[in-house]
Ligand binder design. Sequence first.
Ligand SMILES: NC(=O)c1ccc[n+]([C@@H]2O[C@H](COP(=O)([O-])OP(=O)(O)OC[C@H]3O[C@@H](n4cnc5c(N)ncnc54)[C@H](OP(=O)(O)O)[C@@H]3O)[C@@H](O)[C@H]2O)c1
Length: 227
Amino acid sequence: MPTVIVTGANRGLGLEFAKQYAAAGWRVIATCRDPAGAGALTGIDGVEVAALDVGDLDAVAAFGARYGAEAIDLFVNNAGTYGGDRAAQAFGSTDAGAWLDTFRINTIAPMKLAEALAGGLEKAKGKIAILTSKVGSVADNTSGGATLYRTSKAAVNMVGKNLAIELAPRGIAVVLLHPGWVKTDMGGPNALITTEDSVSGMRRVIDGVSVHTSGRFYDYSGKEIPW
Ligand SMILES: NC(=O)c1ccc[n+]([C@@H]2O[C@H](COP(=O)([O-])OP(=O)(O)OC[C@H]3O[C@@H](n4cnc5c(N)ncnc54)[C@H](OP(=O)(O)O)[C@@H]3O)[C@@H](O)[C@H]2O)c1
């Protein structure tokens, strides 16, 4: 039975990843900040739930010490934050404290989690899927704004590319994924697609990834996105 670790699995895309991999017969280790308040997640049959605030880098190291020795077929780095309201992200009023928090959660945590889990991923010749965003694409930026979020995702794209190069000799493949504009708390009600469609698409993309195609940036439909 393959094993997947999903972060931020109490709602949104993370919850859907946990549901779909559990339904497909995988062993699912799902993390969230507050397991006691994560009824939708703890209610899924067979899912193991672990408490983890990915912004707490000591907790990330402890999580790695607990799970990093087991064979891990897939690590889905899903937990993420938008970082703040429009004013906090706007020219003239960027909130530096919120920006640093956003980087810790969206950019540094994915690296520290990869470091913490690399031993287990190597055992299974596993994969790392990082949920990033098209708004982290420099080439695609025509509107500006959302500086905290955009920069954290542009930087995590580089984290993913580095991981792909550095972990290839250990047989670990990496993919950067834009889930589409999805109806979640972050995506909002006007978003274009459901979590079900986004996650089924991303699972197909993840299935197709190997060390030979590692370090690329795709949307949920498999379309490659320019950096
Ligand atoms: N929805 C979209 O349209 C869209 C588009 C592009 C990219 N994405 C990316 O896709 C991923 C999932 O997004 P979503 O739409 O499902 O977002 P969401 O509905 O806002 O859910 C975010 C998840 O991340 C968790 N999280 C936030 N900060 C955390 C922390 N410090 N430690 C642990 N967990 C934390 C949240 O946990 P709590 O409940 O504890 O806050 C929640 O489970 C994110 O990386 C996001 O940037 C989403």
